[in-house]
Write a protein that binds this ligand. Structure first.
Ligand code: SF4
Ligand code: SF4
Length: 62
């Protein structure tokens, strides 16, 4: 199981991680990417990590 967190301080609101996440668990809320889906659906693919130009998403294996 994986846990994804997005650092709101670093997020610039481009929305790229939201479009790129294959599990569709990320959404834009008030101009920031947040995890709105079930965290257990995260595949740990790190697509959000590599897509983000600002290093905001972090994925941890639990
Ligand atoms: S690691 Fe992959 S599945 Fe998990 S939130 Fe990031 S893009 Fe989505
Ligand atoms: S790719 Fe990075 S900067 Fe863009 S919305 Fe996602 S977390 Fe924010």
């Amino acid at each position: 199981m994986y846990m994804v967190t997005i650092d709101a301080e670093k997020c610039e609101g481009c929305g790229e991680c939201v479009d790129a996440c294959p599990a569709a668990i990320l959404e834009m809320v008030d101009g920031k990417a947040v995890v709105t889906g079930s965290e257990t659906d995260c595949m740990g693919c790190e697509t959000c990590v590599v897509t983000c130009p600002h290093g905001a998403p972090q994925v941890q294996e639990l």
